[in-house]
Design a protein around this ligand. Sequence first.
Ligand code: NAD
Ligand code: ZN
Length: 387
Amino acid sequence: MASTAGKVIKTVGKVIKCKAAVAWEAGKPLVIEEVEVAPPQAMEVRIKILYTALCHTDVFFWEAKGQNPVFPRIFGHEAGGIVESVGEGVTELAPGDHVLPVFTGECKECIHCKSKESNMCDLLRINTDRGVMISDGQSRFSINGKPIFHFVGTSTFSEYTVIHVGCIVKISPEAPLDKVCILSCGVSTGLGATLNVAKPPKGSSVAIFGLGAVGLAAAEGARLAGASRIIGVDLNPNRFELARKFGCTEFVNPKDHTKPVQEVLAEMTNGGVDRSLECTGNINAMIQAFECVHDGWGVAVLVGVPSKDAEFKTHPMNFLNERTLKGTFFGNYKPRTDLPSVVEKYMTGELELEKFITHSVSFSEINTAFDLMHKGEGIRCIIRMDG
Ligand code: NAD
Ligand code: ZN
Protein backbone atom coordinates (compact mmCIF):
# COMPACT_ATOMS: atom_id res chain seq x y z
CA MET A 1 0.00 0.00 0.00
CA ALA A 2 1.41 3.40 -0.94
CA SER A 3 1.85 6.21 1.53
CA THR A 4 2.50 9.93 1.35
CA ALA A 5 3.79 12.07 4.21
CA GLY A 6 3.30 9.08 6.52
CA LYS A 7 -0.39 8.72 5.65
CA VAL A 8 -1.49 5.42 4.23
CA ILE A 9 -3.52 5.87 1.07
CA LYS A 10 -6.54 3.63 1.38
CA THR A 11 -7.79 4.24 -2.13
CA VAL A 12 -4.92 2.54 -4.01
CA GLY A 13 -6.22 -0.12 -6.40
CA LYS A 14 -9.84 0.79 -5.68
CA VAL A 15 -12.49 2.76 -7.50
CA ILE A 16 -12.74 6.31 -6.11
CA LYS A 17 -16.11 8.04 -5.92
CA CYS A 18 -15.70 11.80 -6.26
CA LYS A 19 -17.19 14.92 -7.78
CA ALA A 20 -16.71 15.81 -11.42
CA ALA A 21 -18.22 18.50 -13.64
CA VAL A 22 -19.88 16.57 -16.46
CA ALA A 23 -20.78 18.10 -19.82
CA TRP A 24 -23.84 16.05 -20.82
CA GLU A 25 -24.55 18.00 -24.01
CA ALA A 26 -22.85 20.57 -26.21
CA GLY A 27 -23.14 24.10 -24.85
CA LYS A 28 -25.22 23.13 -21.78
CA PRO A 29 -23.95 24.13 -18.31
CA LEU A 30 -21.75 21.50 -16.67
CA VAL A 31 -23.36 19.46 -13.89
CA ILE A 32 -21.46 18.45 -10.76
CA GLU A 33 -22.03 14.69 -10.46
CA GLU A 34 -20.66 11.85 -8.38
CA VAL A 35 -18.49 9.80 -10.71
CA GLU A 36 -16.55 6.59 -10.26
CA VAL A 37 -12.90 6.82 -11.20
CA ALA A 38 -11.26 3.45 -11.91
CA PRO A 39 -7.72 2.72 -10.70
CA PRO A 40 -4.87 3.52 -13.12
CA GLN A 41 -3.88 0.71 -15.50
CA ALA A 42 -0.37 0.04 -16.86
CA MET A 43 1.54 3.27 -17.56
CA GLU A 44 -1.28 5.37 -16.09
CA VAL A 45 -1.43 7.59 -13.03
CA ARG A 46 -4.39 8.66 -10.90
CA ILE A 47 -4.14 12.27 -9.79
CA LYS A 48 -5.98 14.33 -7.22
CA ILE A 49 -6.59 17.65 -8.96
CA LEU A 50 -6.24 20.65 -6.62
CA TYR A 51 -6.57 23.55 -9.08
CA THR A 52 -7.71 23.75 -12.66
CA ALA A 53 -8.32 26.67 -15.01
CA LEU A 54 -10.46 27.16 -18.08
CA CYS A 55 -8.76 27.49 -21.46
CA HIS A 56 -10.55 28.46 -24.66
CA THR A 57 -9.87 24.98 -26.10
CA ASP A 58 -12.25 23.50 -23.48
CA VAL A 59 -14.90 26.01 -24.51
CA PHE A 60 -14.51 25.28 -28.25
CA PHE A 61 -15.01 21.54 -27.75
CA TRP A 62 -17.79 22.02 -25.20
CA GLU A 63 -19.65 24.28 -27.67
CA ALA A 64 -18.78 21.72 -30.40
CA LYS A 65 -19.75 24.29 -33.04
CA GLY A 66 -16.95 23.62 -35.50
CA GLN A 67 -15.72 20.43 -33.78
CA ASN A 68 -16.81 16.79 -33.49
CA PRO A 69 -19.18 16.36 -30.54
CA VAL A 70 -18.12 13.72 -27.97
CA PHE A 71 -20.52 13.60 -25.00
CA PRO A 72 -20.99 13.05 -22.09
CA ARG A 73 -17.50 14.27 -21.36
CA ILE A 74 -15.32 15.66 -18.59
CA PHE A 75 -13.40 18.64 -19.92
CA GLY A 76 -10.40 20.45 -18.42
CA HIS A 77 -6.70 20.31 -19.25
CA GLU A 78 -5.00 23.23 -17.50
CA ALA A 79 -4.38 22.05 -13.94
CA GLY A 80 -2.14 21.08 -11.08
CA GLY A 81 -2.43 18.18 -8.67
CA ILE A 82 -0.87 15.43 -6.59
CA VAL A 83 -0.31 11.80 -7.55
CA GLU A 84 -2.69 9.49 -5.65
CA SER A 85 -1.53 6.17 -7.13
CA VAL A 86 0.34 4.79 -10.11
CA GLY A 87 -0.31 1.86 -12.43
CA GLU A 88 2.02 -0.98 -13.36
CA GLY A 89 5.26 0.06 -15.05
CA VAL A 90 5.25 3.64 -13.77
CA THR A 91 8.63 4.18 -12.15
CA GLU A 92 9.29 7.89 -12.31
CA LEU A 93 6.24 9.07 -10.37
CA ALA A 94 5.09 8.11 -6.89
CA PRO A 95 2.12 9.00 -4.67
CA GLY A 96 2.53 12.50 -3.27
CA ASP A 97 4.45 13.93 -6.25
CA HIS A 98 3.33 17.36 -7.42
CA VAL A 99 2.43 17.30 -11.09
CA LEU A 100 1.03 19.23 -14.05
CA PRO A 101 -0.99 17.29 -16.65
CA VAL A 102 -0.43 18.26 -20.29
CA PHE A 103 -2.82 17.70 -23.23
CA THR A 104 0.01 16.57 -25.48
CA GLY A 105 2.47 14.00 -24.22
CA GLU A 106 6.05 12.86 -24.48
CA CYS A 107 6.69 9.10 -24.62
CA LYS A 108 10.47 9.70 -24.91
CA GLU A 109 10.76 6.74 -27.35
CA CYS A 110 9.31 7.78 -30.74
CA ILE A 111 11.07 9.62 -33.58
CA HIS A 112 9.40 12.89 -32.56
CA CYS A 113 10.46 12.61 -28.93
CA LYS A 114 13.97 11.75 -30.13
CA SER A 115 14.05 14.73 -32.52
CA LYS A 116 15.34 18.02 -31.14
CA GLU A 117 12.86 19.89 -33.32
CA SER A 118 9.52 18.24 -32.60
CA ASN A 119 7.16 17.88 -29.65
CA MET A 120 4.57 15.98 -31.71
CA CYS A 121 4.89 12.62 -29.87
CA ASP A 122 3.65 9.76 -32.06
CA LEU A 123 1.94 8.00 -29.17
CA LEU A 124 0.54 10.87 -27.13
CA ARG A 125 0.12 13.92 -29.37
CA ILE A 126 -3.07 15.90 -28.85
CA ASN A 127 -6.18 14.07 -30.03
CA THR A 128 -9.39 16.01 -29.41
CA ASP A 129 -11.71 13.31 -30.81
CA ARG A 130 -10.52 10.46 -28.56
CA GLY A 131 -12.53 10.11 -25.35
CA VAL A 132 -10.88 6.95 -23.95
CA MET A 133 -7.51 5.74 -22.67
CA ILE A 134 -5.07 4.56 -25.34
CA SER A 135 -4.13 1.28 -23.63
CA ASP A 136 -7.55 -0.41 -23.75
CA GLY A 137 -9.91 2.01 -25.51
CA GLN A 138 -11.98 2.35 -22.30
CA SER A 139 -12.91 5.33 -20.16
CA ARG A 140 -11.82 5.39 -16.51
CA PHE A 141 -14.88 7.52 -15.57
CA SER A 142 -18.40 6.19 -15.12
CA ILE A 143 -21.75 7.00 -13.56
CA ASN A 144 -23.88 3.95 -12.68
CA GLY A 145 -21.78 1.88 -15.07
CA LYS A 146 -22.25 4.28 -18.01
CA PRO A 147 -18.92 5.61 -19.35
CA ILE A 148 -18.19 9.34 -19.34
CA PHE A 149 -15.58 10.32 -21.94
CA HIS A 150 -12.18 11.89 -21.34
CA PHE A 151 -10.93 15.07 -23.02
CA VAL A 152 -7.39 15.37 -24.48
CA GLY A 153 -6.22 12.67 -22.08
CA THR A 154 -6.47 14.95 -19.04
CA SER A 155 -10.11 15.63 -17.90
CA THR A 156 -9.15 17.85 -15.00
CA PHE A 157 -12.70 19.04 -14.12
CA SER A 158 -12.81 16.11 -11.70
CA GLU A 159 -11.48 15.72 -8.16
CA TYR A 160 -9.60 12.64 -9.41
CA THR A 161 -8.56 11.79 -12.94
CA VAL A 162 -6.51 9.10 -14.68
CA ILE A 163 -3.81 10.18 -17.15
CA HIS A 164 -1.11 8.43 -19.18
CA VAL A 165 2.27 8.86 -17.47
CA GLY A 166 3.65 10.45 -20.65
CA CYS A 167 1.24 13.39 -20.24
CA ILE A 168 2.30 14.19 -16.67
CA VAL A 169 5.10 16.52 -15.65
CA LYS A 170 6.66 16.16 -12.22
CA ILE A 171 7.47 19.57 -10.78
CA SER A 172 9.10 20.93 -7.65
CA PRO A 173 6.91 20.53 -4.54
CA GLU A 174 7.90 24.12 -3.70
CA ALA A 175 6.00 25.53 -6.69
CA PRO A 176 2.54 26.80 -5.66
CA LEU A 177 0.03 24.71 -7.62
CA ASP A 178 -2.61 27.47 -7.54
CA LYS A 179 -0.28 29.58 -9.70
CA VAL A 180 1.79 27.16 -11.80
CA CYS A 181 -1.33 25.25 -12.89
CA ILE A 182 -1.69 27.83 -15.69
CA LEU A 183 1.66 26.65 -17.08
CA SER A 184 0.03 23.32 -17.89
CA CYS A 185 -1.44 24.87 -21.06
CA GLY A 186 -2.09 28.52 -21.94
CA VAL A 187 0.90 30.38 -20.60
CA SER A 188 3.52 27.84 -21.70
CA THR A 189 1.85 27.65 -25.12
CA GLY A 190 2.01 31.41 -25.73
CA LEU A 191 5.43 31.86 -24.22
CA GLY A 192 6.92 28.96 -26.18
CA ALA A 193 5.22 30.02 -29.42
CA THR A 194 7.23 33.24 -29.26
CA LEU A 195 10.48 32.06 -27.67
CA ASN A 196 10.79 28.67 -29.41
CA VAL A 197 9.00 29.17 -32.73
CA ALA A 198 8.67 32.84 -33.78
CA LYS A 199 12.04 33.73 -32.18
CA PRO A 200 11.83 37.51 -32.59
CA PRO A 201 15.24 39.17 -32.82
CA LYS A 202 16.08 41.88 -30.29
CA GLY A 203 14.61 45.22 -31.33
CA SER A 204 12.05 43.65 -33.68
CA SER A 205 8.32 44.36 -34.07
CA VAL A 206 5.81 41.67 -33.10
CA ALA A 207 2.03 41.58 -33.65
CA ILE A 208 -0.11 39.45 -31.34
CA PHE A 209 -3.62 38.54 -32.56
CA GLY A 210 -5.89 37.69 -29.61
CA LEU A 211 -5.08 38.96 -26.14
CA GLY A 212 -6.36 36.13 -23.95
CA ALA A 213 -3.98 34.17 -21.72
CA VAL A 214 -2.27 32.54 -24.70
CA GLY A 215 -1.75 35.81 -26.60
CA LEU A 216 -0.65 37.72 -23.50
CA ALA A 217 1.87 34.98 -22.73
CA ALA A 218 3.08 35.32 -26.32
CA ALA A 219 3.46 39.08 -25.69
CA GLU A 220 5.39 38.30 -22.52
CA GLY A 221 7.69 36.09 -24.61
CA ALA A 222 8.22 38.96 -27.05
CA ARG A 223 9.11 41.26 -24.16
CA LEU A 224 11.59 38.68 -22.76
CA ALA A 225 13.13 38.32 -26.25
CA GLY A 226 13.72 42.09 -26.37
CA ALA A 227 11.19 43.05 -29.07
CA SER A 228 10.85 46.83 -29.19
CA ARG A 229 7.31 47.06 -30.54
CA ILE A 230 4.59 44.65 -29.43
CA ILE A 231 1.31 45.39 -31.19
CA GLY A 232 -1.78 43.78 -29.69
CA VAL A 233 -4.68 43.09 -32.07
CA ASP A 234 -8.08 42.23 -30.60
CA LEU A 235 -11.76 42.85 -31.33
CA ASN A 236 -12.39 43.41 -27.61
CA PRO A 237 -11.07 46.83 -26.56
CA ASN A 238 -11.33 45.86 -22.86
CA ARG A 239 -8.24 43.74 -23.45
CA PHE A 240 -5.99 46.68 -24.25
CA GLU A 241 -5.56 48.12 -20.76
CA LEU A 242 -4.78 44.65 -19.38
CA ALA A 243 -2.32 43.96 -22.19
CA ARG A 244 -0.07 46.89 -21.26
CA LYS A 245 1.05 44.89 -18.21
CA PHE A 246 2.27 42.19 -20.58
CA GLY A 247 4.50 44.44 -22.63
CA CYS A 248 2.08 45.44 -25.41
CA THR A 249 3.13 48.88 -26.60
CA GLU A 250 0.39 49.57 -29.18
CA PHE A 251 -3.08 48.30 -30.00
CA VAL A 252 -5.18 47.80 -33.08
CA ASN A 253 -8.87 46.97 -33.06
CA PRO A 254 -9.74 45.74 -36.57
CA LYS A 255 -13.28 47.10 -36.01
CA ASP A 256 -11.90 50.68 -35.87
CA HIS A 257 -10.63 50.49 -39.47
CA THR A 258 -12.24 50.25 -42.85
CA LYS A 259 -9.18 48.71 -44.51
CA PRO A 260 -7.91 45.19 -43.78
CA VAL A 261 -5.92 44.99 -40.57
CA GLN A 262 -2.89 43.62 -42.46
CA GLU A 263 -2.72 46.95 -44.35
CA VAL A 264 -3.10 48.92 -41.11
CA LEU A 265 -0.19 47.00 -39.58
CA ALA A 266 1.95 47.39 -42.73
CA GLU A 267 1.46 51.17 -42.58
CA MET A 268 2.37 51.26 -38.89
CA THR A 269 5.57 49.28 -39.39
CA ASN A 270 6.99 50.40 -42.71
CA GLY A 271 5.92 47.33 -44.68
CA GLY A 272 4.97 44.73 -42.07
CA VAL A 273 5.87 43.32 -38.67
CA ASP A 274 8.92 41.11 -38.23
CA ARG A 275 6.94 38.41 -36.39
CA SER A 276 3.28 37.72 -35.71
CA LEU A 277 1.46 35.27 -33.47
CA GLU A 278 -2.16 34.26 -33.93
CA CYS A 279 -3.83 33.26 -30.65
CA THR A 280 -7.57 33.45 -31.49
CA GLY A 281 -8.68 30.26 -33.28
CA ASN A 282 -10.40 32.47 -35.88
CA ILE A 283 -9.51 31.63 -39.49
CA ASN A 284 -9.63 35.26 -40.66
CA ALA A 285 -7.22 36.29 -37.91
CA MET A 286 -4.92 33.43 -39.02
CA ILE A 287 -4.81 34.76 -42.58
CA GLN A 288 -4.36 38.34 -41.37
CA ALA A 289 -1.54 37.28 -39.04
CA PHE A 290 0.30 35.72 -41.99
CA GLU A 291 -0.30 38.53 -44.46
CA CYS A 292 0.82 41.26 -42.03
CA VAL A 293 4.43 40.06 -41.74
CA HIS A 294 7.18 41.82 -43.66
CA ASP A 295 8.28 40.29 -46.95
CA GLY A 296 11.85 39.04 -47.08
CA TRP A 297 12.00 37.78 -43.49
CA GLY A 298 8.63 37.91 -41.68
CA VAL A 299 7.48 34.83 -39.75
CA ALA A 300 3.90 34.17 -38.62
CA VAL A 301 3.02 31.48 -36.07
CA LEU A 302 -0.48 30.00 -35.71
CA VAL A 303 -1.47 28.92 -32.21
CA GLY A 304 -5.29 29.15 -32.11
CA VAL A 305 -7.23 25.92 -32.62
CA PRO A 306 -9.32 26.26 -35.82
CA SER A 307 -12.76 24.80 -36.43
CA LYS A 308 -12.63 21.47 -38.27
CA ASP A 309 -13.74 22.79 -41.67
CA ALA A 310 -11.57 25.95 -41.67
CA GLU A 311 -9.47 26.54 -44.80
CA PHE A 312 -6.47 28.83 -44.97
CA LYS A 313 -6.57 30.90 -48.17
CA THR A 314 -3.83 33.27 -49.24
CA HIS A 315 -2.04 34.08 -52.50
CA PRO A 316 1.06 31.88 -53.05
CA MET A 317 2.99 35.05 -53.95
CA ASN A 318 2.94 35.88 -50.23
CA PHE A 319 5.22 32.86 -49.70
CA LEU A 320 7.38 33.54 -52.75
CA ASN A 321 7.99 36.98 -51.32
CA GLU A 322 9.77 35.21 -48.46
CA ARG A 323 7.23 35.19 -45.71
CA THR A 324 7.13 32.08 -43.50
CA LEU A 325 4.07 30.48 -41.91
CA LYS A 326 4.43 28.11 -38.96
CA GLY A 327 2.15 26.55 -36.35
CA THR A 328 2.65 24.99 -32.96
CA PHE A 329 1.08 23.00 -30.17
CA PHE A 330 2.20 23.74 -26.64
CA GLY A 331 4.77 26.29 -27.83
CA ASN A 332 7.00 23.50 -29.13
CA TYR A 333 7.89 22.54 -25.54
CA LYS A 334 8.42 18.84 -24.88
CA PRO A 335 6.22 18.66 -21.79
CA ARG A 336 8.19 16.31 -19.53
CA THR A 337 11.63 17.52 -20.57
CA ASP A 338 11.02 21.27 -20.83
CA LEU A 339 8.16 22.26 -18.52
CA PRO A 340 10.10 22.02 -15.23
CA SER A 341 12.39 24.77 -16.54
CA VAL A 342 9.39 27.01 -17.28
CA VAL A 343 8.16 26.42 -13.70
CA GLU A 344 11.69 27.41 -12.62
CA LYS A 345 11.37 30.71 -14.55
CA TYR A 346 8.39 31.50 -12.32
CA MET A 347 10.19 30.41 -9.15
CA THR A 348 13.17 32.69 -9.90
CA GLY A 349 10.92 35.67 -10.69
CA GLU A 350 11.77 35.83 -14.40
CA LEU A 351 8.18 35.01 -15.31
CA GLU A 352 5.22 36.50 -13.48
CA LEU A 353 2.06 34.38 -13.34
CA GLU A 354 -0.10 36.33 -10.87
CA LYS A 355 -1.06 38.92 -13.47
CA PHE A 356 -2.70 36.22 -15.64
CA ILE A 357 -4.96 35.12 -12.79
CA THR A 358 -7.86 37.56 -12.62
CA HIS A 359 -10.56 35.35 -11.09
CA SER A 360 -10.90 32.38 -8.78
CA VAL A 361 -14.06 30.32 -8.13
CA SER A 362 -14.98 27.21 -6.16
CA PHE A 363 -15.60 23.95 -8.06
CA SER A 364 -19.36 24.31 -7.56
CA GLU A 365 -19.20 27.63 -9.47
CA ILE A 366 -17.33 26.22 -12.48
CA ASN A 367 -19.95 27.52 -14.94
CA THR A 368 -19.01 31.07 -13.89
CA ALA A 369 -15.60 30.51 -15.48
CA PHE A 370 -17.37 29.71 -18.78
CA ASP A 371 -19.51 32.87 -18.46
CA LEU A 372 -16.42 35.02 -17.86
CA MET A 373 -14.68 33.61 -20.94
CA HIS A 374 -17.78 34.19 -23.07
CA LYS A 375 -17.99 37.80 -21.94
CA GLY A 376 -14.25 38.25 -22.56
CA GLU A 377 -13.79 39.30 -18.92
CA GLY A 378 -10.49 38.71 -17.20
CA ILE A 379 -7.74 36.38 -18.32
CA ARG A 380 -7.55 33.11 -16.40
CA CYS A 381 -10.08 31.93 -13.83
CA ILE A 382 -8.73 29.38 -11.34
CA ILE A 383 -11.20 26.72 -10.19
CA ARG A 384 -10.48 25.51 -6.65
CA MET A 385 -11.39 21.84 -6.35
CA ASP A 386 -11.62 21.83 -2.57
CA GLY A 387 -14.30 24.41 -2.07
P1 NAD B 1 -9.31 33.67 -24.99
O1 NAD B 1 -10.73 33.50 -25.35
O2 NAD B 1 -8.97 33.96 -23.57
O3 NAD B 1 -8.64 34.79 -25.90
C1 NAD B 1 -8.88 34.89 -27.29
C2 NAD B 1 -8.88 36.37 -27.68
O4 NAD B 1 -8.96 36.46 -29.10
C3 NAD B 1 -10.06 37.16 -27.11
O5 NAD B 1 -9.59 38.30 -26.43
C4 NAD B 1 -10.88 37.53 -28.36
O6 NAD B 1 -11.53 38.80 -28.24
C5 NAD B 1 -9.80 37.55 -29.44
N1 NAD B 1 -10.28 37.36 -30.82
C6 NAD B 1 -11.21 36.48 -31.26
N2 NAD B 1 -11.36 36.59 -32.60
C7 NAD B 1 -10.50 37.55 -33.02
C8 NAD B 1 -10.18 38.13 -34.28
N3 NAD B 1 -10.79 37.72 -35.40
N4 NAD B 1 -9.24 39.10 -34.32
C9 NAD B 1 -8.62 39.52 -33.20
N5 NAD B 1 -8.89 39.03 -31.97
C10 NAD B 1 -9.81 38.06 -31.88
O7 NAD B 1 -8.58 32.31 -25.47
P2 NAD B 1 -7.19 31.62 -24.97
O8 NAD B 1 -7.51 30.65 -23.87
O9 NAD B 1 -6.15 32.66 -24.80
O10 NAD B 1 -6.87 30.71 -26.27
C11 NAD B 1 -6.56 31.34 -27.49
C12 NAD B 1 -6.51 30.31 -28.61
O11 NAD B 1 -5.38 29.43 -28.44
C13 NAD B 1 -7.73 29.40 -28.69
O12 NAD B 1 -8.00 29.14 -30.06
C14 NAD B 1 -7.25 28.12 -28.02
O13 NAD B 1 -7.99 26.99 -28.45
C15 NAD B 1 -5.84 28.09 -28.54
N6 NAD B 1 -4.87 27.26 -27.81
C16 NAD B 1 -3.95 26.61 -28.58
C17 NAD B 1 -2.98 25.85 -27.96
C18 NAD B 1 -1.90 25.19 -28.79
O14 NAD B 1 -1.15 24.40 -28.22
N7 NAD B 1 -1.79 25.48 -30.07
C19 NAD B 1 -2.96 25.74 -26.56
C20 NAD B 1 -3.89 26.47 -25.83
C21 NAD B 1 -4.86 27.22 -26.46
ZN1 ZN C 1 -5.48 24.91 -23.31
